[in-house]
Design a protein around this ligand. Structure first.
Ligand code: UGA
Length: 428
């Protein structure tokens, strides 16, 4: 099937590439000329393990191409997926202007049977609004919701083995088009849930908000564990064995970040308010995660007495491992707060250095984790990169000023690190 993706951000590029891999002919369209030029020369603008090879292979087979133009070629598409971003407005609502722009740009070129698929995260009612927009122009295209559930860093695996594919369609023919697109996955047994567009749109927010709630809960449970004291890792292990709770997303840390959870919980809370429904649990989650970086800095100050003049090595800047993404990263916020306390901050991240250089002021950027630790008064682990698990801490011990490790991802083994001679502090 011929498919076009509008928007080559994270969602569009991964989904478009992987639909090409499943056998469809995919064109990825983006008005950002630099991005398209880079993709045409074989360079992916985003870091996602495995993606580059899939792009190269599918371009070589002719199933994947890139363009910056809305033009007649769109006429060949049976479906156009809209995967533009939906940033948060000051009101807390999602900004849908990029969705509307995309629709306005494409309607002059698509064929009458083409299905519009909204994959961006959008509030319930958006498909209906786009439908109304089309009807006002006497256009009868079906508008379908098909949210994505990819996690950065494991997006390829998430795409080819989805826990569920959600399709929100009122129109039978449009539903059939989506079923055909995903047939290579449903034939393997992966579930496709058919529902109405508004429910589909809400499923995405509900899923992200529920996971964020789980994380805020477990982070606050870690605070309690520290006071009692009790062991958060043993506690979550035992909790997770109950399949009603589940073991995923129970790892306490410095707060959740990224381009999705923080944005989506604010958007869902605003949606609830717009419908005169207070979502008190969600508001508590938002407040809890907002406070988390300062709480972490207070914890660090409690361990080191004061931060002023101390040499602090920070390992990890991205919002989680296996990505170069630093958007809403608690690590960046914590590093900035520590710099404000007049500490000498040296940072290292395996993939996020270039992005961090653009936003992180007052820190020195080391060439390696080991270099960042030289002469440190404390090493603080903020992202769970496996590289940090496997560092030669025996050698690092010899180079630090004070052997203190504050592991805010509970990444290292306490007994091994303490046997080397470090004072080890973890979460919970
Ligand atoms: C999230 C969802 O997991 C995806 O299903 C969804 O498709 C995506 O948002 C989206 O809406 O596009 P992502 O933002 O890539 O994916 O990141 P997650 O893996 O969910 O992690 C989010 C944050 O939670 C990170 O800061 C991570 O470090 C933190 N986290 C996660 C923990 O602190 N502990 C955990 O146990 C798991």
């Amino acid at each position: 099937m011929n498919i076009t993706f509008i928007g080559t951000g994270y969602v569009g590029l991964v989904s478009g590439t992987m639909l090409a891999e499943l056998g469809h002919n995919v064109t990825c369209l983006d008005t950002n000329l630099a991005k398209i030029a880079s993709l045409k020369s074989g360079i992916s603008p985003i870091y996602e393990p495995g993606l580059d090879a899939y792009i190269t292979n599918n371009v070589a087979t002719g199933r994947l191409s890139f363009t910056s133009n809305y033009d007649e070629k769109l006429m060949e598409s049976s479906a156009v997926f809209i995967t533009v971003w939906t940033p948060t407005l000051e009101s807390g609502e999602a900004d849908l202007s990029y969705i509307y722009d995309a629709v306005n740009n494409l309607i002059d070129f698509i064929n009458d049977d083409c299905v519009l698929v909204i994959k961006s995260t959008v509030p319930p009612g958006t498909c209906q609004k786009v439908t109304d927009m089309l009807r006002a122009k006497n256009l009868n295209h079906a508008v379908v919701s098909n949210p994505e559930f990819l996690k950065e860093g494991s997006a390829i695996v998430d795409f080819v083995s989805p826990l569920r594919i959600v399709v929100g369609a009122n129109d039978k023919k449009a539903k059939a088009v989506l079923e055909q697109i995903y047939a290579p996955l449903t034939l393997k047994g992966f579930p496709l849930i058919n529902t109405d567009p508004a429910t589909s749109e809400l499923i995405k927010y509900a899923s992200n908000a529920f996971l964020a709630t789980k994380l805020a809960f477990i982070n606050e449970m870690a605070n309690l564990c520290e006071k009692i004291p009790a062991d958060i890792d043993e506690l979550t292990h035992a909790m997770g064995l109950d399949s009603r709770i589940g073991k995923e997303f129970l790892k306490a840390g410095p707060g959740f970040g990224g381009s999705c959870f923080p944005k989506d919980i604010i958007a869902l809370s605003t949606i609830a308010k717009n419908y005169n429904t207070d979502f008190q649990v969600l508001d508590a989650v938002i407040a809890s995660n907002k406070e988390r970086p300062s709480y972490m800095v207070e914890k660090i100050k409690g361990i080191l007495s004061s931060l002023s003049g101390k040499n602090i090595a920070i390992l990890g800047l991205t919002f989680k491992a296996n990505t170069d993404d630093i958007r809403s990263s608690p690590a960046i916020e914590i590093a900035s707060l520590i710099s404000l306390e007049k500490a000498n901050v040296v940072v290292f991240d395996p993939a996020g250095m270039d992005n961090a250089r653009e936003v992180l002021e007052g820190a020195k950027f080391a060439n390696s984790a080991t270099e960042a630790c030289i002469n440190a008064d404390a090493i603080i682990i903020l992202t769970e990169w496996s590289e940090f698990k496997n560092l030669n801490y025996q050698e690092i011990y010899k180079s630090v000023k004070n052997p203190v490790i504050i592991d805010l991802r509970n990444l290292l083994k306490r007994d091994i690190i303490e046997n080397i001679g470090f004072k080890y502090h973890s979460i919970g």
